[in-house]
Design a binder for this molecule. Sequence first.
Ligand SMILES: [Zn+2]
Length: 280
Amino acid sequence: MRWKGRTQSGNVEDRRGMSGGKIAAGGGIGTLAIVLIVWLLGGNPSQLINNMQSGPETGGADPAVIEAEAELAEFAGVVLKDTEDIWTVLFSQSGNTYKVPTLVLFSGAAESACGYSSSATGPFYCPGDEKVYIDLSFLADLQKKLGAHGDFAMAYIIAHEVGHHVQKLLGITDQLDQLRGRVDETEFNRNLVKLELQADFLAGVWAHHAQRTKNILEEGDIEEAMNAAEAVGDDRIQMQSQGYVVPDAFTHGTSEQRKTWFMRGFRTGDMSQGDTFSEN
Ligand SMILES: [Zn+2]
């Protein structure tokens, strides 16, 4: 993927290496201890953590790690900018306004309107605060696994999360949320899979238009992204109303389904082709 030196989004919230400045303001070690106790007892300490917005410091000061993460942060900013440009145009074409999401880069753990997440969660979108959360160490890990040719795979993951934001703006997430409790769990999970496949489709639509208008793709990029999707799995859905991470009891669709929907979006670039809910 061609990304070096291109414009980055201004909507990145970098929470990496945030230290406890706000913790001290909130009552020093006392607050932190209470948060931990509430957490250990299985409660939700989000109120307490709300103003802290802190993650652990970025580990040791290994310059190679710092440099690699800085590059990944820049990369994520460029991809986010690409999604902003494309979705702004596509929304305005249908008479809508695209409200850009924020990308939160964190290390270790992050607090969101959807609850408390450790890096083990992987990238996710929180409909409650309309932010995409990515642990850079997750991306660094992914890059290590994929090698030098994995950049478009990472772009695909970011575009998929932004796809969830598009679903939120279009009211699809809310519609699905209203099904909760009204249909049995199997049926609800089936719909969650369709939501995931549609996010893949939307990532494909984005790639189509990004390629057409910005020529971002290099030979083999699409194949690499599709292979990576199989290798690394997906985010876990976090639903606004639930307020915590939904156990990953459902699948995100078979890799064949995911590929099919991404490719349909990529080939057509046509939003009207993406009704994963009506199709089998
Ligand atoms: Zn997803």
